[in-house]
Design a protein. Structure first.
Lengths: 484, 511
């Protein structure tokens, strides 16, 4: 079998590599100039081949044998998401994803599942995010049939017991009550609303009223609409024989029937271009949380590869311009970040931000705008381009150091309609990016004169009034109380 | 060093086979499995006292390089708090070779900056009598001198060199107990790490010290002063410890941070970063003979120095319950801590078992009682090792009250669960589950090159032998129901207790 062959090949490479090193070992010479160091060739990366099967009921399987450990992992993706929930029931997707598991199945309560899984040192979990649902299993290989049976039961026959719906709603209400306690999460949340609009499925959030509106019937209907084999992908990796595993999965999901899917298109983002200055006044803190930016892009844009390089230069970790200039050179912030984010299926955000003392708020905003202007005004240096590209290419090996990561990435690409070799394409294209490309995409995608600026902080202590940057829009974050 | 941390990856590997055999399949001889694990570990100590632990994992051509310095905030003294953490930041500023174009010339300007700072401090200390004009002059000179160094600097070169080589996850961290530095590299770049890491602990240059101090001050504002639970934790630890330095915040007091000088950080480095205080782990696709040869060549350069003085202060027993309140617009929160012995005390394993029973997962007692049944908390748990494990620390219980429920309700419900530990023996089933979960939790921490590197060094340094990573599981297996009852009765007493709560001030944030 292919994957087994891969396994042996990797093993042999390792052995010969090690032997080669042994020959070099004694008496290492000291080289004090890091630029004069020479490196042995990197041991080959053997990328294992993932097997693909589609079951008669439409469920798509990805399988990868890995016989190192007596463990099996399953990770599923279901096409569902909070983008599909009604505006007056925000929270429905999240609660459905949680209570599918905690509320148990027709045959077992969630608490019984907890007890059984903990005895097996195993886990089965479910959740629903923005544009995808997930389910996972982790078990010792001898427990795989039980693990699959629980997974199938949870996906097919969730009981949505009322006590666990109430528990989930209580936790949501408690989170709402706490949502203004942390300035960084206020800033991220309000900036998202500025970018996508408060009603957008990409920015709206729960309120007491939307949680109150959710009923058990809603959960049952939401589950029924999306959870079907022809709407599900399943990745399995670990210590098994692929052929037998396909049979086991087929058996576990034998009763799951195809349905006619009613999937509306991913919601559009209707971005309103324009500058604005926005303030959340929080007099009890001595540091401002700042975000500035505008709408971002999608990964299918041909500029994505050059933007990846631009992101490295602008905001990449400890070596990006923002870190260097705002943190290292000016000491204005501990936390500074920024990137032009590209989503799989909808535009991400372009954001730059930091946390700085109240008295350097406007100064820091100007320093960050300067960086955006600079990257759109002139080419990056040869050194910056070289660092961004070689670091990406040299770190590429870390994309293949985990089997789970390899197989889940493949499933994600397929889920969002990207080619299976998208990562390799990214690498090839990143290698070709030039300084002119970086400038071109920066100019095409970044608009430093059309930024939405948000500050969460104490305006009484700012270095200059925010109004020096434009007319200030005060954002009220008071939490609406439900009518009782 | 903190912040950029979005590249964390969790490679899996062959190690888990061994561990799972040890931990989960259980019945096989544990000693034998440890022996198999040991066969892939190579240990050596250089002549200067610096220790290496090398673990081979050849699944992918990558390696994690990890430095564990046996120095943390607990080694600081009054007036110089925050120094361990600040030095950790400074360790990324380069060396006499890295980060500079002309070290000799740069050093002269740095000395000038130091002198101006000392003078500014002296002037400010006069308070109302300070001469504003003189202060303005000094401030001007200070800015100019800092500007003058720019000509010599190669900014962030230390990070750039490792990043260019394909380094990921480069970062560092400081706790009360220790300071760690780590990076993942393609395994053929091992020698680069040897050069960079040995150079920074041989000849670190604390350049741009006063700017980095401002970064750390922003970190303090972010983590402590703008975070309600951060604020509470600082007040809580200060109440729980009146003598031992565990009561001092790792990030340091604001006034100390403002006053710290470069010479003080250098003195701290010379005292504590002696080779015998450093333990390195190299985990991944490497050949131990090669690691040893390189280590001798590069780290062998660091001269041996005397061991630093140990922390002698012992926290005296409490004379009664201590309570602290933080008034804040934020929602309520309750922390309850009991003093307990260090990681090396035989009762440590009993506290591990208690952690599992009260604090881990959906079937744990606190979650079941406060969240599932009473629905008075959105989360509740308990664990040990706060603020550290090297010295006697705390066993901590905490609850996040649900909307409309109070700290008092949660506190009472936690005491009820503590009462159960004291009054009823835990069932055989509970104990068995605790053992399984304890094993699983150890495994999870070992699930990557970097996780392993951290665990091996932490156990080696704090307990004297990395093998205790495995032996702790044996110890948990030996814990009896009677042990749990005895420990609960002995330590979880009112007199030994500190309670900290956030009391919500009205108006700001709704209720």
């Amino acid at each position: 079998m292919k994957s087994r062959h891969g396994h042996w090949a990797a093993w042999i490479l390792t052995i010969t590599g090690a032997a080669c090193f042994m020959g070099l070992a004694p008496a290492a010479a000291l080289t004090l100039d890091h630029e004069k160091l020479t490196y042995p060739p990197l041991h080959d990366i053997v990328v294992p081949e993932v097997q693909r099967v589609t079951l008669p009921n439409g469920m798509r399987l990805f399988l990868l044998e890995d016989h190192e450990l007596p463990l099996i992992y399953v990770s599923a993706r279901i096409r569902v998401g909070s983008i599909y929930e009604p505006a007056d029931k925000v929270g429905l997707a999240d609660i459905t994803g949680e209570v599918m598991r905690t509320g148990g199945t027709a045959s077992k309560t969630g608490d019984e599942l907890d007890e059984e899984l903990e005895r097996l040192a195993a886990s089965v979990e479910t959740s629903i995010g923005l544009s995808s649902g997930s389910a996972s299993v982790s078990v010792l290989k001898e427990d795989i049939d039980r693990g699959l049976a629980i997974l199938a039961d949870v996906l097919m026959h969730p009981a949505f017991r009322p006590d666990k719906i109430e528990l989930a709603k209580m936790q949501h209400r408690s989170s709402i009550a706490r949502r203004n306690d942390q300035p960084d999460s206020i800033a991220a949340r309000e900036f998202r609303q500025l970018i996508y609009g408060p009603e957008s499925p990409y920015a709206r959030h729960t309120e007491y009223a939307t949680i109150d509106n959710i009923t058990r019937d809603d959960l049952v209907a939401f589950h029924k609409r999306f959870y079907a084999p022809n709407n599900t992908m399943l990745a399995v990796w670990g210590d098994f024989d692929a052929e037998q595993m396909v049979e086991r999965i087929e058996k576990a999901f034998a009763d799951w029937q195809k349905i006619d899917l009613d999937l509306s298109a991913t919601p559009a983002v209707d971005y309103a271009w324009g500058s604005s200055v926005n303030l959340v006044s929080k007099p009890d803190i001595n540091q401002s949380n700042i975000y500035l930016g505008h709408i971002g892009g999608v990964m299918s844009d041909p500029d994505y590869f050059a933007l990846t390089v631009m992101n490295q230069i602008l905001g990449g970790g400890f070596t990006g311009r923002l870190f260097k200039n705002v943190r290292s050179r000016q000491g204005l912030a501990y936390s500074v970040f920024g990137r032009y984010a590209s989503g799989y299926d909808h535009p991400g955000q372009f954001y730059v931000g930091c946390q700085t003392k109240s008295a350097s708020t406007v100064h820091a905003i100007r320093a960050m705008i300067d960086e955006i202007e600079k990257i759109t005004a002139e080419e990056v240096t040869d050194e910056e381009l070289e660092l961004a590209k070689t670091s990406y290419l040299n770190a590429f090996v870390f994309n293949f150091d985990s089997k789970g990561e390899i197989i889940r990435r493949l499933m994600t690409f397929e889920y969002y309609g990207y080619p299976p070799d998208f990562l390799q394409q990214t690498k090839d294209r990143v290698e070709q990016v030039t300084k002119a490309d970086v400038l071109r995409v920066a100019r095409a995608h970044l608009k430093p004169d059309t930024l939405k600026i948000l500050v969460v902080g104490n305006p009484a202590d700012f270095d200059e009034p925010l109004s020096t940057l434009g007319q200030v829009n005060a954002i009220d974050i008071a939490i609406p109380t439900p009518g009782k | 060093m903190g912040q950029p941390d979005r590249e964390h990856r969790r490679p899996r590997g062959r190690l888990r086979l061994t561990l799972l055999a040890v931990l989960i399949l259980a019945s096989a001889g544990r000693a034998q499995d440890l022996a198999e694990f040991e066969a892939r570990v190579t240990e050596f100590t250089l002549d200067n006292g610096l220790k290496f632990i090398v673990l081979e994992r050849h699944e992918a051509p990558v390696v994690t390089c990890y430095t564990h310095a046996d120095v943390g905030a607990a080694n600081e003294v009054t007036g110089l708090t925050g120094l361990a953490h600040l030095f950790e930041h400074m360790a990324f500023k380069g060396t006499q070779r890295i980060g500079t174009r002309d070290y000799e010339a740069e050093a002269q300007v740095m000395a000038k900056i130091d002198a101006i700072f000392t003078e500014m401090k002296a002037e400010r200390r006069k308070g109302d009598q300070a001469n504003p004009q003189r202060l303005a002059e000094l401030h001007q000179q200070f800015q100019e001198a800092q500007q003058e160094t720019q000509a010599f600097l190669v900014h962030d070169e230390f990070e750039e060199v490792l990043k260019q080589a394909g380094g990921t996850g480069l970062n560092a961290g400081t706790s009360s107990d220790y300071t760690v530095y780590f990076v993942n590299l393609p395994s053929n770049k091992l020698e680069l790490w040897m050069l960079m890491e040995s150079d920074r602990f041989l000849n670190p240059v604390l350049r741009e010290f006063y700017k980095e101090k401002n970064v750390v001050i922003e970190e303090r504002r972010m983590r402590t002063e703008s975070q309600p639970v951060g604020k509470l934790l600082e007040e809580f630890l200060a109440a729980a410890y009146k003598a031992h330095p565990y009561g001092v915040p790792v990030v340091g007091h604001m006034s100390d941070l403002e006053a710290l000088e470069r010479a003080e950080a250098e003195a701290f480095f010379r005292t504590h970063y002696v080779p015998s205080n450093l333990t390195m782990a190299v985990v991944g696709d490497v050949d131990p003979a090669r690691v040893k040869a390189l280590a001798q060549a590069y780290f062998g350069r660091i001269p041996a120095r005397p061991d630093p003085d140990p922390v002698e202060t012992v926290e005296p027993p409490q004379q009664g319950e201590r309570r602290v309140i933080v008034e804040d617009p934020a929602q309520p929160f309750v922390l309850i801590g009991y003093h307990k012995p260090s990681i090396n005390h035989p009762d440590n394993a009993v506290f591990d078992a208690i952690t599992d029973i009260v604090g881990m997962g959906r079937t744990s007692r606190l979650y079941k009682s406060l969240v599932k049944e009473k629905r008075i908390a959105m989360y509740a748990s308990g664990f040990q090792g706060m603020p550290g494990s090297k010295y006697p620390g705390l066993f901590l219980f905490y609850a996040v009250p649900a909307r409309g429920h109070s700290n008092q309700e949660c506190e009472a419900a936690i005491y009820a669960e503590i009462g159960r530990l004291k009054n009823e023996l835990v069932s055989a089933e509970d104990l068995k589950k605790a053992r399984t979960r304890a094993r699983a939790s150890v495994i999870r921490q070992l699930d990557s090159n970097s996780g392993l590197a951290g665990q091996l060094t932490a156990f080696e340094v704090m307990t004297g032998d990395w093998r205790n990573l495995f032996k702790q599981i044996d110890q948990i297996n030996e814990v009896t129901a009677e042990d749990i009852q005895r420990v609960a009765r002995q330590y979880f007493t009112t007199r030994n207790r500190t309670v900290g709560i956030i009391e919500t001030t009205t108006g700001e944030n709704e209720s």
